[in-house]
Design a protein around this ligand. Structure first.
Ligand code: FAD
Length: 411
């Protein structure tokens, strides 16, 4: 008998989960005579890929991936493993589709002020991970080709930037090649209500004004900044009990990324690597530099706020070159991101009863592209083990990070 999995949301969480499921199902089926019979539906409220790309943060024109400087060794190690996994996925997609997805330029990371510099030095002393990456003032000045205002920084050779839309499309192509008729993408479909049953989950969907109820064996909320609304404002029916997932403290931030068109006469002043100082500056691509991101706690489309954020993003570019005489054309893009109170993502089964079939894959915060593929593999492995009675073995890395991202943790 076939089993049905529903994934709500086609951001980086939903797409990477779809690919991880496709990879693991293919791997299992290649080694068995009796094949797993599993149908997956990706549900997205955006009417088509282009509208979805216009809205969600997973489709910003660029994203940057790099190791954080943090005193939390568990977070540092989680990001490092995540970046390795993401790099492996990218290498696979680039080879399979004979194209380029990521620009592995490396990244120069400087503390944003003296206060942060002090913190960094203490982090470097406590965690040997950073020892290989530290660059001191004389070297910074060499990289920088001018005197650095910071005494210490990080050269992260793993740092890269990518076009997330291209990454998502290649993931979808890969899934399609592997699962063919066993995967369906329902665009223009909004999930209005979730009814978690004793076994399985029923979703009330609205497509083109028409409402329908559809049953799934497992459902994953990969709904980004809308996860909070779905979990907190709407009551989710869990069998006979109605619960509100109050223990998940999720916050939404509104971010702004700016694009600056750089006139030809200035292009030589900019480095070929990514520069980071309280936010990033990409190298010049198609005559433009992207600088991001500034964040606001409340949604506000006020033009003064937008201009102020553009100005802040431009200030970051002025760290590199500040003698512009010609006018620079500026455009911006605003989107929402979801964060948990401890900054770790929220991934795994939700609800009070572990027998439920409802999962969440959210709160990817400002580093979704660093760890989405790692988390997707962990979650896919959990879902398939449940459906097919532990045919998929949990890897050690997975169990190590499971506790850190478990929705049941205290946040
Ligand atoms: C300005 C900005 C800059 C950023 N820069 C970086 C960066 O450089 N590097 C990095 O790694 N990360 C960056 N991030 C963070 C990154 O973008 C996020 O971590 C990531 O995109 C979150 O992905 P997601 O799939 O969880 O959510 P989303 O991308 O929000 O996707 C959720 C999807 O669910 C759909 N959905 C929601 N509710 C429903 C419903 N009821 N029914 C059907 N569909 C639904 C939505 O339409 C959406 O497509 C940035 C974020 C912002 C805001």
């Amino acid at each position: 008998m076939s089993k049905k999995v529903g994934i709500i949301g086609s951001g980086i969480a939903g797409i990477t989960l779809l690919k991880a499921l496709a990879d693991q199902i293919t791997e299992i089926n290649d080694s068995r005579i009796k094949k797993l019979n599993i149908k997956i539906t990706l549900i997205e409220r955006g009417v088509n890929l282009f509208e979805t790309f216009r809205m969600n943060p997973s489709s910003n024109p660029v994203v940057v991936v790099h190791n954080p400087v943090t005193s939390r060794t568990d977070y540092q190690s989680f990001c490092y493993q995540g970046i390795n996994k993401m790099s492996a996925w990218i290498a696979y997609l680039e080879k399979k589709f004979e194209t380029k997805v990521a620009h592995t330029t490396g990244l120069l990371h400087l503390p944003k002020n003296v206060h942060e510099q002090k913190k960094w030095v203490s982090v470097f002393n406590k965690n040997s991970f950073y020892q290989n990456y530290i660059v001191e003032k004389n070297l910074l000045t060499k990289y920088w080709e001018k005197t650095s205002s910071s005494d210490v920084g990080i050269w992260d050779p793993q740092g890269f930037w990518l076009n997330p839309r291209k990454f998502s499309i290649l993931c979808l192509k890969d899934v399609n090649a592997k699962l063919e008729n066993d995967v369906r993408i329902s665009m223009g479909t909004e999930v209005r209500k979730i009814n978690s049953l004793k076994k399985g989950v029923s979703l009330s969907l609205k497509t083109n004004g028409l409402e329908s109820d559809v049953f799934f064996d497992k459902v994953v909320l990969a709904t980004g900044s809308k996860t909070k609304d779905i979990l907190c404002e709407n009551t989710i029916d869990i069998g006979e009990n109605k619960i509100r997932q109050k223990n998940l403290a999720l916050q939404t931030n509104f971010g702004q990324l700016s694009r600056f068109e750089i006139p030809n006469e200035y292009t030589n002043f900019f480095p070929k690597f990514i520069f980071c100082k309280g936010g990033y500056v990409t190298p010049i691509t198609r005559q433009s530099i992207y600088s991001g991101s500034t964040y606001d706690k409340v949604q506000n489309e006020d033009i003064f706020l937008i201009n102020r954020n553009n100005e802040r993003n431009f200030d970051r570019i002025r760290n590199i070159f500040d003698k512009f005489e010609s006018e620079i054309k500026i455009t911006h893009r605003r989107s929402e991101r979801c964060t948990s109170s401890d900054k770790f993502p929220v991934v795994g089964k939700i609800g009070l009863d572990s027998e439920q079939d409802l999962f969440v894959f959210s709160a990817l915060a400002s580093r979704g592209f660093s760890y989405a593929s790692l988390l997707a593999e962990m979650l896919a492995s959990d879902i398939l083990s449940e459906i097919f009675d532990s045919h998929v073995k949990n890897k050690t890395t997975f169990s190590r990070f499971n506790g850190l991202v478990n929705p049941g943790r205290s946040i």
